[in-house]
Design a protein around this ligand. Structure first.
Ligand code: HH2
Length: 324
């Protein structure tokens, strides 16, 4: 029996795949063995199978950990703890020591209901922390922002990655600025704006809608001069999604390999864990680890987490069993 090696990885072999075709409201699904996949569009097979290029000098053969640094008063899990620059810098250094490959620095909460932060305030929070960390850390720095000017200033200061939860749609200048920086970009799916996104999110088929939306964002980026090899996709767990939507996406993460980009998963401490278990945000580490492992099992290459040491340990056990 032949297997399909996904994303150029010898450890990510699928014996079967589901071929899904959508035409308006009509969706056809066929589960087929890897031998029979020749009938799938060649371009799709190429995207599924092609080895992912390293980004920011990081290879993607084993999962990478992004540690979250929130310089905000109101983030859903750690708001106010790292608002002072020294506290944010110390936290970032701790996450690096715990094994973070990337540190994602953000100064605007995008939790449900969060109010937007104005440009000057975002710059005032984020730039001193980036400037202090650039000469100090080996880990790559990522800027978590929706604003073109923040992207530009952070890029000049030495960040290696742009992470935009609006996939370069929020700020009309973001596509061009991101292209000019030459940096890799995380395109995250969100439905609606943080303030209202949880009001009544609806999809025809959440997995296919998120997939098609990300495919359209990749096209827009390519047209703006950002090649696919510089893009990372993220289904945006918790961003305009009900519990059922989040669970459907988590169960179908491997479909996003069809976009031909590395996949980032941000499930850490999110509300679906609370909804499933009743755990408060401070007690969601076990559920976060379960979600992270569900992701890497489906070939997710990048995990965005608050608890780096615990995730590192879980990955070490998972990786240990992979070669066994
Ligand atoms: N989630 C959050 C923020 N940024 N970026 C990506 N790519 N993917 C995510 O899932 C994601 C993200 C929300 O988490 P956090 O930063 O801890 O909270 P807040 O937005 O309240 O600051």
């Amino acid at each position: 029996m032949s297997t399909l090696a996904v994303a150029g990885r010898g450890d990510l072999l699928f014996a079967a795949a589901e071929l899904i075709e959508r035409d308006g409201d009509k969706v056809s699904r066929r589960v087929m063995s890897a031998d029979a996949l020749g009938i799938a569009p060649p371009e799709l097979l190429d995207r599924l199978g092609r080895r992912r290029d390293p980004f920011a000098g990081l290879a993607l053969e084993r999962p990478l950990i992004v540690g979250v640094v929130n310089i905000t008063p109101d983030s859903f899990s750690d708001g106010g703890r790292y608002l002072a620059p020294d506290a944010a810098i110390a936290h970032a250094l701790r996450l690096e020591a715990e094994g973070a490959d990337i540190l994602d620095i953000g100064a605007e909460s995008t939790r449900p209901g969060a109010a937007p932060v104005d440009l000057q305030e975002e710059l005032r929070r984020v730039m001193p922390v980036i400037e202090a960390l650039v000469p100090k850390v080996r880990a790559r720095l990522s800027i978590d922002t929706r604003k073109a000017e923040v992207m530009q200033r952070a890029a000049r200061a030495g960040v290696a990655l742009i992470n935009d939860v609006s996939a370069l749609t929020h700020d009309p200048g973001a596509l061009q600025v991101a292209a000019e920086t030459g940096l890799p970009v995380v395109l995250m799916h969100a439905q609606g704006d943080p303030r209202t996104m949880q009001d009544d999110p609806r999809y025809a088929d959440v997995v296919l809608d998120v997939y098609d939306w990300l495919a359209a964002r990749i096209d827009a980026c390519e047209r703006a001069g950002i090649p696919r090899s510089r893009l990372i996709v993220d289904p945006g767990i918790g961003f305009g999604k009900t519990l059922a939507h989040n669970l459907a996406l988590l169960g179908a993460l491997s479909i996003f390999h069809g976009l031909g980009c590395p996949i980032l998963l941000g499930a850490s401490r999110k509300s679906f864990i609370g909804k499933l278990t009743g755990a408060d945000v401070a007690d969601r580490l076990p559920g976060s680890i379960a979600a992270a492992l569900l992701g890497v099992q489906q070939g997710v290459q990048i995990l965005r987490v608050h608890d780096v040491a615990a995730t590192r340990q879980a990955l070490a056990v998972w990786e240990g069993t992979q070669g066994a």
